[in-house]
Each structure stands twice: as structure tokens, then as C-alpha cells.
Ligand binder design. Structure first.
Ligand code: SF4
Ligand code: SF4
Length: 338
């Protein structure tokens, strides 16, 4: 594992971060064991969010007694001052700590939401106030529109940015990461396996590790998963391997979907998951969770082609800011069931 200076924080951070999003899905004993194992083996960045069910409480109950050993990052998805202030207080209580190292404004994908949270009476004011009171050390932002994030961070109001970076979503490399580097920000990549869908696992973990980011957050729920992630980051990435991974990411990211979720489907096909896994599925197949997803949504995916209101002009495609051909990707995915 690599350690590097985490932007302006000066913290020596581990290249692997513990994503605590999925911990509420396992027993408390298993979650506690995984978190403590991670700390015992040098992981010192813990990521959660107020919105991840009882993830913050699990952290508080499992590792608050080791608070000095990790950089603690949480998120608020509130947009107004009062709700964000309340949520920050709740996060501190749940995690049994008097401060978080990083508070991220969570899941900002729309210009109007960004304006709301930055305006008077917005969530950013609550974050600044908490910072003045010593409850929050640094303020960050997360989202799924890399080019918008690049614009929003340019004014220097954020210390950190969190974005997707995986073999099927290499888009942060274009503007966002160079911009964040120039501003000496903390650069955190998430979802190396795109939510447990994509493989080959080792290459998928090594891809963001090979890039100019401080931490890759991997969502882990067991000692075994922590061990696998640690093993994949044991050796540095050389120039040849980096080039090979970058070429692969260009190919697998060819669908161009950012997971911004601007699209919606009247028959509830989870469009971004189909889009993002499409090329990985063709080339390598998917992990069991990815296959389970396609089993679960089989009927909907098959019925896309016959959905009458979309015959002339697909409803989803009218909403995509990248003008992507989602209907044809979904029709192709339906072909797998034949
Ligand atoms: S084209 Fe298919 S995926 Fe798109 S909105 Fe219509 S039914 Fe849904
Ligand atoms: S298909 Fe387009 S609108 Fe839908 S999530 Fe992907 S990029 Fe966004």
C-alpha cells in the first residue's frame, strides 16, 4: 500500500480507503471485525455518509475508541443550512466523536442544487460554521458529473473531491483530476468495482491505484474483502501496466455513461447500471452481483424494445446530457437472455 500527503490536510493517507456503505448489510460482529482488521493493517481513511442507513453508528460502535488512527469522512445530502446543520450534529453523535476530518456535500449533480447549497441559507454555510466550531476540519464535494465538478471546485471553496474512477468509468481523468491537482485538493476515487459488478477484480482495483489519486475507496464488508483489496495494492504499478490499464479503461468506458441519473425510465429499468456494465459484460462477464442484477431486471430489460411511448423517440434519451443511445444498449443487453 502507498501512503501520500492528502492535499492541504498534510495527512499521510493510505491509498486504500474503507468504504463503509455496505456494512449495514452484514452482522455487527462481522462489520466490527472488518473495520478493526483494516485499521490493524494500515488503512487509515474511513468513508461513510449520513445517508448510508446505520453505517455511521456501526463506525461509532466499532472503532470510535481508535479515533486517532483514522481520517474520518462523512457526507450530508442536505441542501439547506438548517437540515445540514442538524445532520452534521447527528453524524457526530452517531460516530461518537467530537469532529470529522472531512464533511462532503453529497451527490451534487445538478446546477440548481449546487446553486442552492452554495447560496445564503445553503448547506455550505452549515459546513463552514461547523468548521469554525472545530466539528469539521475540511469540506468536500461529491457527484457524478465530472466536468461540472471540475467547474465547481475551481473557485477554491472545497478541500476535497470524490468521484467515480474505475475501468468502466475513467471520465474523471479528463478535467477533474488535473484541476484538483492544480488546486492541491484531496482526490478520492470511489467504486473500483462499480458497485461490485465488474471484473477482473485485481485489475479493477489496480486501475484507480495507478492514477493520480490519493485514495481509492472500496466498499468492504469482511476481513476477506479487506485482504483482497490490500493484496491488489501491495505492489506499485509500473509504466507498462499503467498503459495497459489505461487502454482497457478507454475501451470499457466507451459507453460514456457517467451515472448522473438524469435519465429515468417509466418501466424502471436501472439504465446507468446497464450502460456502465455493458462493455465489461461483453469482454469479461460480470461478478455475481452484476449477474444477479441482470437476472432481477430480466423482464423489464426485455420489454424495453416494445415500450410503445419510446418507439418514436426513447424517453430516456431525451434527458441524457451526453446524448447517449441508451435504448440500443438496453436492447443489446436483452439479447443475452435469448
Ligand atoms: S427506451 Fe427503454 S430504457 Fe429508455 S425510457 Fe424507454 S423503456 Fe425505458
Ligand atoms: S445514460 Fe445519460 S442520463 Fe443516464 S445516467 Fe448515463 S449519462 Fe446520465
Amino acid at each position: 500500500m502507498r501512503y501520500s500527503r492528502l492535499g492541504k490536510s498534510e495527512y499521510q493517507v493510505s491509498s486504500l480507503g474503507f468504504g463503509a456503505m455496505n456494512l449495514p448489510g452484514v452482522s455487527f460482529e462481522q462489520a466490527k471485525e472488518a473495520l478493526n482488521f483494516a485499521l490493524d493493517h494500515g488503512i487509515n481513511y474511513i468513508d461513510t455518509a449520513a445517508g448510508y442507513r446505520n453505517s455511521e453508528e456501526i463506525i461509532g460502535d466499532s472503532i470510535s475508541h481508535r479515533r486517532k488512527e483514522y481520517f474520518l469522512a462523512t457526507k450530508t445530502n442536505k441542501r439547506d443550512y438548517a437540515s445540514a446543520k442538524e445532520e452534521i450534529e447527528r453524524s457526530l453523535t452517531r460516530m461518537k466523536t467530537d469532529h470529522v476530518d472531512l464533511l462532503q456535500i453529497h451527490y451534487v449533480n445538478y446546477v440548481n442544487e449546487y446553486k442552492q447549497l452554495m447560496d445564503d441559507g445553503g448547506a455550505y454555510q452549515a459546513a463552514l460554521e461547523a468548521q469554525r466550531e472545530g466539528k469539521v476540519r475540511f469540506i468536500g464535494i461529491t457527484g457524478h458529473r465530472p466536468e461540472l465538478l471540475a467547474k465547481w471546485i475551481s473557485k477554491g471553496q472545497f478541500d476535497q473531491v470524490l468521484f467515480h474512477l474505475n475501468l468502466a468509468q475513467p471520465f474523471a481523468l479528463n478535467e477533474l483530476i488535473p484541476q484538483a491537482t492544480e488546486l492541491d485538493m484531496m482526490k478520492i476515487a470511489m467504486k473500483p468495482l462499480s458497485g461490485g459488478f465488474i471484473q477482473p477484480v485485481e485489475r479493477a482495483i489496480r486501475y484507480p491505484f495507478s492514477q493520480d489519486v490519493h485514495v481509492t475507496i472500496s466498499g468492504m464488508v469482511s476481513v476477506k474483502e479487506v485482504q483482497e483489496n490490500l493484496a491488489a495494492q501491495e505492489q506499485d504499478v509500473g509504466a507498462d501496466e499503467r498503459r495497459e490499464l489505461e487502454e482497457l479503461a478507454l475501451e470499457l468506458g466507451g459507453h460514456d455513461c457517467r451515472r448522473c441519473n438524469y435519465c429515468s425510465c417509466p418501466i424502471e429499468i436501472p439504465i446507468p447500471d446497464v450502460m456502465i456494465s455493458s462493455k465489461v459484460r461483453d469482454k469479461f462477464g460480470l461478478l455475481p452481483k452484476g449477474n444477479g442484477f441482470f437476472d432481477k431486471h430480466r423482464d423489464k430489460i426485455i420489454s424495453c424494445a416494445d415500450h410503445e411511448p419510446c418507439k418514436e423517440k426513447p424517453l430516456c434519451e431525451q434527458k441524457c446530457p451526453y446524448h447517449l443511445p441508451m435504448q440500443s444498449v438496453i436492447k443489446k443487453a436483452a439479447g443475452y437472455y435469448a
